[in-house]
Write a protein that binds this ligand. Structure first.
Ligand code: FES
Ligand code: FES
Length: 160
C-alpha cells in the first residue's frame, strides 16, 4: 500500500504517494523526471546516483523514498542558479573533466559536499571523497583537477 512522503527537492516541497520499497532514485527519476541523477549499478557500487540528502552525499539507489521524508534533497538539476553553472560545474568543463558525462552529476554533488566541509582539500582528500564514484572515461586525474580548481577559484574570490 502506498504511503505519502513529504520532502524538499531542489528547494521545492513535494508530496508523493510511494510504495514502501520505492527508492529515492526511482522517485527522482521516474516520479519527478529528474533524470540528471543517473542509474548505473542500482546496487550502491558506482555512485552515479549520488545526491545530497540534508547536505550529505548518498547513493539514491540505496535510500528508500520513505527514508527521505522531511529531508532536503539536492540533485544536479538544483545546482545551477538562474541559468548560470555552479562554479564546480564550470570547473569540470574548464578542466576537461567531462567525457561521456555519466558520472558527472554524482561527482559534482560529492565534490560539493567535500568543499562544504573542506574549503581547501588536498588531492588525497579529493580522491578519498570521490572513491565511491566510478568513472570509466577520465582516469580521475581531470576530475581531481576540476575539484581543486573550483576550490582555488573560491579561495581567490574569482569565480564565486
Ligand atoms: S546506481 Fe546507485 S550506486 Fe550505482
Ligand atoms: S566521464 Fe564517462 S564515466 Fe566519467
Amino acid at each position: 500500500m502506498k504511503r505519502l512522503v513529504n520532502l524538499t527537492v531542489n528547494g521545492t516541497a513535494r508530496e508523493l504517494a510511494v510504495e514502501p520499497r520505492r527508492t529515492l532514485l526511482a522517485l527522482l527519476r521516474e516520479d519527478l523526471g529528474l533524470t540528471g541523477t543517473k542509474q548505473g549499478c542500482a546496487e550502491g557500487d558506482c555512485g552515479a546516483c549520488a545526491v545530497l540528502l540534508d547536505g550529505e552525499p548518498v547513493n539514491a539507489c540505496l535510500v528508500l523514498a520513505l527514508e527521505a521524508a522531511g529531508c532536503e534533497v539536492l540533485t544536479i538539476e538544483g545546482v545551477a542558479a538562474d541559468g548560470t553553472l555552479d562554479p564546480l560545474q564550470q570547473a569540470f568543463i574548464d578542466a576537461g573533466a567531462v567525457q561521456c558525462g555519466f558520472c558527472t552529476p554524482g561527482m559534482v554533488l560529492v565534490a560539493r559536499a567535500l568543499l562544504a566541509r573542506h574549503a581547501a582539500p588536498t588531492p588525497r582528500e579529493v580522491r578519498h571523497a570521490i572513491a565511491g564514484n566510478l568513472c570509466r572515461c577520465t582516469g580521475y586525474q581531470k576530475i581531481e583537477d576540476a575539484i581543486l580548481l573550483a576550490a582555488r577559484r573560491r579561495a581567490a574570490g574569482g569565480t564565486p
